[in-house]
Design a protein around this ligand. Structure first.
Ligand SMILES: [Zn+2]
Length: 356
């Protein structure tokens, strides 16, 4: 998750907003709650990434590799076919971590009769390197401790792994690709070395090839910070953001996307509300400035695929955002399990229901 704090962009967002829809929980009759054990599974995944591995980015390449290996092993253990897709990091500015090749990790769930239609469910697995200030100013300071990234974004990866596990034996009509992205955090955000941008372009290129004639991506969801539901001082929350409809109450999940993804995110919000005992606010932001973006969904907007972030709203509620204090003990795993349980049905619906 990257903070958009450009003041002009933030103000324009407020002026042009008003596109937030609240979907309170409206459970379907006979609906079952999140299975026992899901909260603990999420807790274990978050702890492995944030504590056993810890800070993971290009400035600590062995940790980044360790995270990619672990995620791939989890997918393998579920029976998925995986592939690692390279992302080239050039030497020099603005990265300063040396020339290297790092990896996105993809698990493929091949569709039945609509296998040429692809749904991408992703989360970034890197955590932010130390910088002079939490809101991403200045050069990387890798000699200082960066964030262990429990909420940002071990929680998102834990969510992707859990949904992949929950759906592994369920045939879906469309193909679903579960992806762990590298290099979402600054200084990579919205650059050519951003993992999801490289992935989106590579998949679009494959789809355009003769071998994959007719194949297309129908939608993408970025799981970006799913675990924080406590009250805090909200010291990082810009005052004007309330006008957008994203309230300061830490009792909801948000689906944040651009205006052109509005139909997609609203449809997903409706499904979520029928399956999760937690409200969702769907926010459709007019992208009138490139800095208005939160996460890896941005990369899919660039190739004209509807996409949004499912998020606890990050720095709007979580004061540990991008700090060393973003640790597993700050997260609420039963609430996170409710959230992931709702997302499981969203993914299943995207994989099955015929749309125009
Ligand atoms: Zn972040």
């Amino acid at each position: 998750m990257r903070a958009f704090l450009n003041p002009a962009a933030a103000m324009l967002t407020v002026v042009l907003s008003g596109c937030t829809t609240l979907y309170p929980p409206a459970p379907m009759k006979g609906h079952s709650p999140a299975p026992a054990g899901l909260a603990e599974e999420l807790h274990q995944s978050v702890t492995h990434l944030a504590v056993t591995i810890g800070e993971r980015n290009c400035y600590h390449p062995a940790k980044l590799t360790q995270a990619a290996d672990w995620i791939e092993a989890q997918f393998h253990a579920m029976g998925y076919v995986t592939r690692r897709m390279p992302v080239a990091v050039p030497a020099g500015p603005p990265y300063f971590c040396g020339r290297q090749t790092v990896w996105n990790v993809e698990a493929d769930k091949s569709g039945t009769d609509l296998k040429n239609e692809i749904v991408v469910i992703g989360a970034h697995y890197d955590s932010k390197v130390a910088m002079a200030h939490w809101h991403d100013d200045g050069p990387p300071l890798p000699q200082n401790p960066g964030t262990p990234g429990a909420d940002d974004n071990a929680s998102g990866v834990a969510g992707v792994l859990a949904v992949a596990r929950l759906l592994k034996d369920r045939p879906l009509r469309r193909t679903v690709k579960f992806v762990a992205f590298v290099n979402e955090e600054p200084p990579f955000f919205q650059t050519c070395a951003m993992g999801s941008y490289a992935y989106a372009r590579a998949l679009a290129k494959e789809n355009a090839s003769q071998k994959c004639a007719g194949r297309k991506i129908t939608g993408m969801i970025s799981f970006e910070m799913l675990g924080y539901y406590a009250r805090s001082d909200q010291a990082k929350r810009p005052f004007a953001v309330g006008v957008t409809g994203l309230t300061s109450e830490p009792d909801y999940l948000a689906f944040l996307g651009d205006l052109s993804s509005g139909d997609f995110s609203n449809a997903c919000g409706e499904v979520f509300s029928r399956h999760a005992p937690i409200a969702v606010r769907v926010s459709r932001v007019p992208v009138i400035h490139p800095s208005i973006a939160w996460s890896d969904d941005w990369s899919f907007w660039q190739i004209h695929v509807p996409a949004f972030s499912a998020t606890d709203t990050a720095f709007l509620r979580n004061d540990h955002y991008h700090d060393v204090s973003d640790t597993p003990d700050t997260l609420d795993y039963p609430k996170m399990a409710d959230t992931v349980w709702g997302l499981r049905f969203v993914v299943e619906t995207l994989g099955t229901v015929q749309r125009d």
